[in-house]
Ligand binder design. Structure first.
Ligand SMILES: Cc1cc2nc3c(=O)[nH]c(=O)nc-3n(C[C@H](O)[C@H](O)[C@H](O)COP(=O)(O)O)c2cc1C
Length: 366
């Protein structure tokens, strides 16, 4: 236990322990994207519950098509920054660091305060259906294939959002490059069918990620913690694999490091899942082999298996999703030897909001 509970240096952060709250969308901001009191209470609970690092839910970055869900928080104007500032201060007061996850929805677009038109690398709809827990939409819209101007606008949004994150007092930024959202769509040969310099070879498909990281690094300075979450799978396609396999994923991790990322955050159904079209390595295995970049691992880490992950990935932070949702005080419970509850998906019904989670908790204690 001591190996996960001691304080660690992670990129430029001194953290109380190796547990991170995984980013989880709660669709509980005001309709205009302003973070509110309920969100402040929510994030503070994880800090008080012992997580060394809190990573926020995916937060939109521009007043174009970046927002993907109704009541998703943004970080694009003064009201958003003020809302986040309160949250950051409360998390800090409870002793944790906090990173904001910056997200552009791309074609996984269900609701947006500013436009009805999704944009994406190509005019390709996601597979399957929109996610019921994030809204009432039943069909995907066909996205517009992004022009070069659209790409520049999206990058500029990430850059401005990063400056706003600094103004709000965040300790770092995690770009959402996973789970089928915009930056991940560019990597994917399903979503990205472009024939220009942003499509085709992996080097081209990586271009927007690299340009975004470089552009952010240029404005936030060398000491501000910046990283990116990476997966192969999308929430709308749990089986997607890069045609370039393990070597391709290594190329991605090296490219984001060379562009200026301090850390990568791998996410998969299970940290150890053999992820690639060949061999038996996981995303985390390959990322851990790359020198010069810090690592967060995620995927089914719990109260019993975490010591093994901590030992096998000795430099990594362990990000916890569903178990944290069920137990905001997961880390404190581990310290105290208390029972850890399983997550009940009823907590996210009919929508994945904080209010529905609270209603669920009231029902349990009634
Ligand atoms: C309700 C919910 C919302 C999520 N929202 C996000 C998100 O905004 N950004 C993200 O990168 N992952 C999101 N995820 C994925 C989690 O961060 C995590 O990767 C996933 O739950 C697997 O980790 P776990 O096995 O510890 O739960 C979400 C997961 C859940 C359950």
């Amino acid at each position: 236990m001591s190996d996960v509970m001691h304080s660690v240096q992670f990129a430029n952060q001194k953290l109380a322990n190796r547990f991170a709250l995984a980013p989880m969308t709660r669709t509980s901001a005001e309709a205009d994207g302003t973070p509110n009191q309920a969100m402040a209470d929510h994030y503070e609970a994880y800090a008080k519950g012992g997580f060394g690092l809190v990573i926020t839910e995916g937060t939109y970055t521009d007043n174009g098509a970046s927002q993907g869900y109704g009541n998703q928080p943004g970080i694009i104007n003064d009201a958003h920054v003020a809302g986040w500032k309160t949250i950051v201060e409360r998390v800090h007061a409870a002793g944790s660091s906090i990173f904001v996850q910056l997200m552009h929805a791309g074609s996984q677009f269900q609701a947006n305060h500013y436009t009805d038109q999704p944009i994406a690398p190509s005019a390709v709809k996601p597979k399957g259906s929109p996610l019921g827990i994030y809204g009432d939409q039943t069909e995907w819209k066909t996205p517009k294939s992004m022009t070069l101007e659209d790409i520049q606008f999206a990058i500029a949004g990430f850059v401005q959002a990063s400056q706003n994150a600094q103004a709000a007092g965040f300790d770092g930024i995690e770009l959402h490059g996973a789970n089928g959202y915009l930056l991940n769509q560019f990597l994917s040969t399903y979503f990205n069918q472009r024939e220009d310099s942003y499509g085709g070879s992996l080097e081209n498909r990586l271009r927007i990620m690299v340009e975004t990281i470089k552009a952010i690094r240029a404005v936030v300075g060398k000491d501000f913690t910046l990283g990116i979450r990476l997966s192969q799978v999308a929430v709308t396609d749990p089986d997607y694999q890069l045609p370039e396999g393990e070597a391709g994923f290594r190329q991605i991790v090296e490219a984001v490091r060379d562009a200026g990322a301090d850390f990568v955050h791998t996410t998969d159904g299970d940290v150890r899942r053999a992820a690639f079209i060949e061999g038996d390595k996981s995303l985390a295995d390959v990322a851990a082999e790359v020198q010069g970049v810090a690592l967060i691992i995620n995927g089914d880490i719990d109260e019993t298996n975490h010591p093994d992950f901590a030992a096998d990935y000795p430099q990594a932070l362990l990000a916890i999703g569903k178990k944290a949702l069920a137990n905001p005080d997961f880390v404190q419970r581990l310290k105290d030897g208390k029972e850890i509850m399983d997550m009940d998906f009823a907590m996210l019904q009919p929508k994945a909001t904080i209010a529905n989670e609270q209603a669920w908790r009231r029902k349990q204690s009634a």
